[in-house]
Design a protein around this ligand. Sequence first.
Ligand code: SAM
Ligand code: DTB
Ligand code: SF4
Length: 345
Amino acid sequence: MTTIATIDVSSLRPAPPRPQAAAAHGAVRWRVEDVEALYALPFMDLLHRAQQVHRAHFDANEVQLSTLLSIKTGGCAEDCGYCPQSAHFETGVEASKLMPLDEVLQAAQAAKAQGATRFCMGAAWRSPKDRDIDRVSAMVRGVKALGLETCMTLGMLEAHQAHSLKDAGLDYYNHNLDSAPEFYGSIISTRTYQDRLDTLAHVRDAGMNVCCGGIVGLGETREQRAGLIAQLANLDPYPESVPINNLVQVKGTPLAGTEPIDPFEFVRTIAAARITMPRTMVRLSAGREQMDEALQALCFLAGANSIFYGDKLLTTSNPQADRDRALFERLGLKAQGGQPVAQNG
Ligand code: SAM
Ligand code: DTB
Ligand code: SF4
């Protein structure tokens, strides 16, 4: 029973900062300085506020389990400085062809058996061709038939491709803004911020849920982290799903060797996402294997309510499922919307 869902959190909030009043189409609801002011709160106040917002909209003891599968790995034409799948860098990731449908469905079935309720399929494409859309549409239908929520991330989409994916039944399309507009160009040169926004508009116009977040630890400033959160929060409407990735440093990528961000700064980023986008699913995404359990618990306290579950992200590793099950047990967390999480064996 969750009577907390009706609490008006505005009466519980510490006074500053407040978003801009206007919420009309295209209006700025969160200025970068408003988000910076959130980051600047004492850590305990920030977490308290994030937890209040979180509890007003979600069961604070539930976390969604989402499993990722790379359906087409490596050889990507883009030059995203963090990514092991770019053909521009020597990372040892081999380029592969699109995975056959039956293998995708086997992986989805296995993820479901482990307790996942969401299945996210990623392809290392700059943008898919129309014939690729036909092939991945069959994957969407098959995975949905298993009763799993579906998400895909395939690169830039044209409007008609977004409509085809919607027609296939795709629930969410993931396409990240990744960083603040003014920092973006120092990380990626092969596409623009506006290209990203255009794809997001096609996804929105086609009627799909938008999954859009970013990545921190790229060497950006706090102001730029706040700039990313403000960009996301000012999308109208804001995304239904916001993955927050912490850079997984991969040898051979230009960003390997970057100074990692303070772990508490990562937690602050989660909290800022939760406060500025109260109803979104905030996904504690890449970088979890490099975090200890106490830090992950702080991320949940800050309002993260989804994780990638299973021993692999796309090409890098993720905590083993049994470690995650043990963590949930210790924290009294339950997997959202699914059957009880399967035990070993
Ligand atoms: N090619 C598609 C695209 O870029 O939209 C989809 C896949 S791409 C791997 C999805 C997201 O993964 C990126 O936007 C970035 O946020 C995240 N990502 C990629 N490499 C990462 C890394 N080394 N560490 C953390 N996150 C990473
Ligand atoms: C997202 O924002 N993070 C996920 C998912 N969307 C597709 C991908 C993380 C990839 C981490 C690096 C790798 O494993 O290749
Ligand atoms: Fe390609 Fe996506 Fe990696 Fe960029 S993040 S190189 S678009 S797979």
